[in-house]
Write a protein that binds this ligand. Structure first.
Ligand code: ATP
Ligand code: ZN
Length: 297
């Protein structure tokens, strides 16, 4: 599969935990799509960017061979394949995306002899992530045997295949349902935007940077609020202290009112009523909290 010289291709999980959020993010970044008949492809209608719908495990390989320039995939899959690849060219993580959060953790039967990580020495650990697990074991100086299973890892202890497992956990419900308990996290993951290791033409590199920046903008707009108020100049330092802003607020002078200022601050969370009332007690008035729809850094 070769890519067109003037269209970007981004690989996204076809159906699974990351699919909806991945496509939702691309839409919020301003992309509109039309599905192909076979539902393997989404044609970008308003930008020269198409989406390839695939299994998540195929995404690093598609990036390495250059069938896609970009992909949205769990960091766990990306780093597992990078470690397993043993130093060959691997996709790079361009941007963490803030969804699909989970951890690769070692878990053990609730009623077993293992109490701490050092007890794993000499035991068997079943996992679908052998490279990440082996990497962690080496760093911890532990000599456990890695048993590779592709699926249903959580039943390995009951089948007598291993004494512990190393699997992805988010809520822990699946572990509990299998009478397992989490012992220690090995790797923290979330969905990331990944980039092909192949060299790109200048035109494509510019398109990639444009999409990256749009996605970053869509992400930073999530939950962002703009707070606007006016206040006496003397209250500025107290007001600054109360504002949960990401950056220094902008402070503007008001025409013909030398003792007053206008303040604008970008905050990552909403201010509750109590916060607003405290600001008002400091002399602030004309308070407004606005949702931020888009930001471009
Ligand atoms: P595919 O059919 O595409 O191969 P899959 O079964 O391998 O799908 P999913 O279960 O959909 O994959 O998980 C995709 C990604 O979602 C994982 O690689 C991981 O990054 C993330 N994820 C978040 N929470 C969890 C969780 N509790 N269990 C498994 N994966 C999780
Ligand atoms: Zn998969």
């Amino acid at each position: 599969m070769t890519t067109s010289p003037d269209r970007l291709r981004i690989a996204v999980q076809k159906s699974g935990r990351l699919s909806e959020a991945s496509l939702g993010l691309l839409r919020r970044a301003g992309l509109a799509f039309r599905a192909s008949r076979d539902h393997l492809f989404l044609y970008g209608e308003n930008l020269p960017i198409d989406v390839l719908l695939v299994r998540d495990d195929d995404i690093p390989g598609l990036l390495v061979e250059g069938s896609c320039e970009l992909g949205i995939v769990g960091r766990n899959v990306l780093v597992e394949q990078r470690l397993a690849g043993g130093g060959s060219a691997a996709p790079e993580e361009l941007l963490p995306l803030g969804f699909g959060g989970c951890r690769l953790s070692i878990a053990i039967p609730q009623s077993g002899p293992v109490a701490q990580a050092s007890d794993l020495d000499g035991l068997r650990i079943a996992t679908s992530y052998p490279a990440l697990l082996a990497d962690w074991l080496a760093r911890e100086g532990l000599a456990a045997e890695v048993v590779v299973l592709n699926g249903s890892v959580e039943i390995a202890p009951r089948l007598g295949k291993a004494e512990a497992i190393c699997d992805l956990v988010s809520s822990g419900v699946t572990l509990a349902a299998n009478q397992l308990r989490e012992l220690v996290p090995v790797f923290h993951s979330e969905a990331v935007l990944a980039l092909s290791p192949l060299e790109q033409t200048a035109a494509k590199a510019a398109q990639i940077e444009r999409l990256r920046s749009r996605i970053a903008g869509a992400l930073s707009g999530d939950g962002a609020r703009l707070i606007m108020l006016q206040a006496p100049r003397t209250a500025l330092s107290e007001i600054r202290r109360l504002l949960p802003s990401r950056d220094q607020p902008s402070v503007l002078s008001l025409d013909g009112r030398p003792d007053d200022i206008a303040v604008q601050a970008l905050c990552s969370s909403a201010l509750d009523w109590q916060h607003l009332e405290e600001l008002k007690r400091l002399g602030a008035h004309g308070l407004m909290v606005l949702n931020v729809e888009r930001m471009l850094a």
